[in-house]
Design a protein around this ligand. Structure first.
Ligand code: CA
Length: 408
């Protein structure tokens, strides 16, 4: 390989994720592939004829979202990724290489896809049990939970790319100790993050035609890190009986690089044993989960250092991505290219693996110690929350970069 890549870079030769970027000082967005500290400019690579059909690919790769590119289908998107991989693996630097490379550290990253629809699941048994315990100590998991991946339709319009500030939302809350019929209008006092991973849909199914378990991978283009910001006090008052609404729909943040599903193949693992055995349409073959180490850190405005407050892993998810998608479409619901299906908060089996402050501070009862003698129950203005994720097996490593957001 002629390009040097920092040894621990998330963006190794095994990864090659897709994103939309603007090079420093330039106004036009285009598609790129991250490699080490660089981005391969795919629109410029198309111009050189690297992918064949110059004009066709240049036009698609010059667009400000990846939707049309992804819609070409995996045989084509994978071929383009392999072409870039071969080009990077050439023994000597090819002529004109510098024109195709851009400095990743100074580039501006944009939302990689236009998101037509966003669905949020509740697939971590540890998270569902923790939250259930706070509200129903004797019966934390509701009877449907082990039978189906519980989910709801979220809001796509407020999905933002990493780095976008998050404005503290206001809404109706019940003050502590208040009678149930006297809410007040206030800025949320219980602003939280949710550690999640979302899959990006890469292929559409016609309305009325379910996607069976064994076909789900054809429909999943790749994965991003996902922070489903939540206002717990607004959520608590509003959610009965129809579920989350204003406590959730003010913002969700995603990481800018979509890691293709094929890059995650070496990190496939078996998920937890499912008891009772799921119904037939949710039965899959082979390892359905992925081993991606995740962490969340908080950096307060008045502190120089960030503190890791949670370490978890996608492998703990009870319901796999395949099961989420098979269940989502079993009634004939159609998914669209660019749709996001988020996992739900991914909590691990140990207390420091909880994927939200609601769990980590147990509803605000146990403040968390951060560096510089700072404590937190929920997020304060000026706090920056960063989620990172990485899959590694000793040979290959594939990182997601980060999704970060500051509360303002
Ligand atoms: Ca969520």
């Amino acid at each position: 390989m002629w390009l040097s890549i920092p040894a621990e870079s998330d963006f190794s030769i095994y990864n090659l994720p897709f994103g939309i970027f603007k090079p420093a000082g330039q106004a036009t967005a285009r598609a790129g592939i991250a490699i080490g500290d660089h981005i391969v400019d795919l629109a410029k690579a198309a111009e050189t004829g690297m992918f064949g059909k110059r004009r066709f690919f240049k036009k698609i790769l010059e667009q400000p979202t990846l939707n049309d590119f992804i819609a070409l289908g995996k045989p084509i998107t994978s071929r383009i990724r392999r072409k870039v991989q071969e080009w990077l693996e050439l023994p000597t630097k090819p002529e004109g290489a510098d024109q195709l490379l851009c400095d990743r550290r100074t580039a501006t990253m944009l939302l990689p896809v236009r998101v037509p629809n966003y669905t949020d699941f509740y697939s971590s048994i540890e998270h569902a049990t923790n939250v259930g315990k706070m509200f129903r100590p004797d019966n934390p998991l509701l009877p449907n939970w082990r039978w189906l991946p519980v989910g709801y339709h979220g809001r796509a319009s407020s999905i933002v790319v990493s780095g976008t500030p998050v404005k503290r939302p206001s809404g109706q809350i019940l003050p502590p100790g208040g009678a149930p019929d006297t809410p007040l209008f206030s800025a949320t006092r219980q602003l939280d993050f949710e550690l999640e991973v979302a899959l990006v849909i890469g292929k559409e199914n016609p309305l009325g035609q379910p996607i069976p378990m064994e076909k789900t991978e054809e429909y999943i283009f790749g994965l991003v890190l996902f922070n489903d910001w939540s206002a717990r006090d607004i959520q608590r008052w509003e959610y009965v009986p129809l579920g989350p609404f204003l406590g959730k729909n003010f913002a969700s943040s995603i990481s800018p690089w979509i890691v293709p599903l094929e890059a995650l193949k070496p990190f496939r693992v078996k998920g937890p044993k499912q008891t009772p055995a799921p119904l037939d349409y949710l039965q899959g073959k082979g390892p359905q989960n992925i081993d991606i180490a995740l962490e969340v850190s908080i950096k307060p405005a008045n502190s120089k250092s960030e503190t890791v407050v949670s370490r978890s892993n996608t492998k703990y998810l009870y319901w796999s991505m395949a099961q989420q998608l098979a269940h989502h479409t079993v009634n004939g619901c159609n998914v669209q290219v660019g749709d996001l299906l988020a996992s739900g908060t991914i909590s691990g089996p140990t207390p420091d693996g909880a994927g939200s402050l609601l769990e980590l501070s147990w509803g605000g009862k146990n403040p968390l110690a951060l560096k510089d003698n700072i404590t937190r129950t929920f997020l304060e203005d000026g706090d920056t929350v960063t989620i990172r994720g990485k899959a590694a097996n000793g040979v290959a490593h594939v990182g997601f970069g980060e999704v970060t957001g500051k509360i303002v």
